[in-house]
Design a protein around this ligand. Structure first.
Ligand code: TYM
Length: 343
């Protein structure tokens, strides 16, 4: 069982702290895109901010999920948050469906989000092309629920990859619209998009985003892949014509590998170019694979310990939901009052 500081003891201190919220869908095995673009950055906020990191299962069901897999991945995603260094006593780690206010505010914000705005969302267009047999209303209104996630906590900062920028801008617009109608209610959030890792590309098709729902297993490196799998995938990674290790727009494959290498080693691009000057792509790809496997090894090790203790994970998600509910309930009573709901 976890020892947590209850919200009551922390209230004064937290009232002064700025808030951070982010979420990851438990809709597939998490990739190094999720890790480098989002999760790895979460920890940097835990001391100075009041942080909420959520496993967004309500979002995941906009695409059909196998129930047993959704359940398993919800635990896995929480364990990966913790394995990535998030301390459950410093961060509020929870599951979206455990805090009913997300769904409640999601509905309300549906009524302040325009059909035209939702129609312009590129993720909706992409996902409806991919799941033509299941273009459900939830898939369409997904960004309003995401706005609810963020606005419920008075969030100042939302660390995400660049693919979420459009959703974030919608959340800002909805917040401003609501505030304008009813007076100041929501904090208008800012994105935190780390430029160096905001879009990790597919290893097979380096002009496309690396995605956990990709069916080509060679295109995607999962956080929990074995070293052998990681090495094999990087060996097969698509590179570009020529043989120079150089970061440039006309070399999307090599540039993506350099981005990954930089993220795991902390080296500068110019130094990486020098390091592999005159060395072929083959050797470079092995070095990237090694750096990635080495960087992920401690995460995998901690993950294996965490996932073996389901009772502990359940205690963490329960305490996290209680803490989050405290903030969510306060915001909802404000929202209800402003709208004119009775009670
Ligand atoms: P999701 O689950 O698709 O991805 C989780 C996080 O990983 C980032 N990401 C990437 N970053 C860099 N390169 C990539 N290839 C890559 N792939 C994914 C995403 O940008 C994201 O930060 N709608 C969100 C989940 C969500 C959310 C929220 C996020 C729901 N409510 C509120 C922030 C705040 C999503 O589908 O993320």
């Amino acid at each position: 069982m976890t020892a947590r500081h209850g919200h009551r003891g922390e209230k004064m201190e937290n009232a002064e702290k700025k808030r951070v919220f982010s979420g990851v869908q438990p809709s597939g095995n998490l990739t190094i895109g999720n890790y480098l673009g989002a999760i790895k950055n979460f920890k940097s906020f835990e001391e100075q901010y009041k942080t909420f990191y959520c496993v967004v299962d309500l979002h995941a069901i906009t695409v059909r999920q196998v129930p047993a897999e959704l359940r398993r991945r919800t635990y896995e995603t929480l364990a990966l948050y913790m394995a990535s260094g998030l301390d459950e006593t410093k961060n509020t780690l929870f599951v979206q469906s455990h805090v009913h206010e997300h769904a409640e505010l999601g509905w309300i914000l549906d009524c302040y989000t325009m059909f035209g705005e939702l129609s312009r969302m590129t993720q909706f267009k992409d996902k409806s092309a991919k799941h033509a047999e299941n273009i459900n209303a939830g898939l369409f209104t997904y960004p309003a629920l995401m706005a609810a996630d963020i606005l419920l906590y008075g969030t100042d900062i939302v660390p995400v990859g660049i693919d979420q920028k459009q959703h974030l801008e919608l959340a800002r617009d909805v917040a401003m619209r609501f505030n304008q109608i009813y007076s100041d209610t929501f904090t208008v959030p800012e994105g935190y998009i780390s430029e160096s890792t905001m879009k990790i590309m597919s290893l097979a098709e380096p002009t496309a985003k690396m995605s956990k729902s990709d069916t080509n297993q060679n295109a995607v490196v999962y956080i929990l892949d074995s070293k052998d799998d990681i090495m094999r995938k990087f060996k097969r990674a698509v590179t570009d014509s020529g043989s120079e290790v150089r970061y440039s727009e006309d070399k999307p494959g090599v540039s993506n590998l350099m981005t990954i290498y930089r993220a795991f080693t902390g080296k500068e691009l110019a130094d990486i170019e020098r390091e592999f000057d005159g060395v072929g792509y083959g050797e470079f790809k092995l070095a990237v694979g090694e750096a990635c496997a080495d960087g992920l090894a401690p995460v995998r090790e901690r993950y294996n310990q965490l996932i073996a203790d389901k009772a502990h994970l359940e205690a963490v998600m329960k305490a996290g939901a209680e803490e989050a509910s405290y903030y969510a309930r306060r915001m909802m009573s404000k929202v209800r009052r402003k709208i004119g709901f009775v009670g």
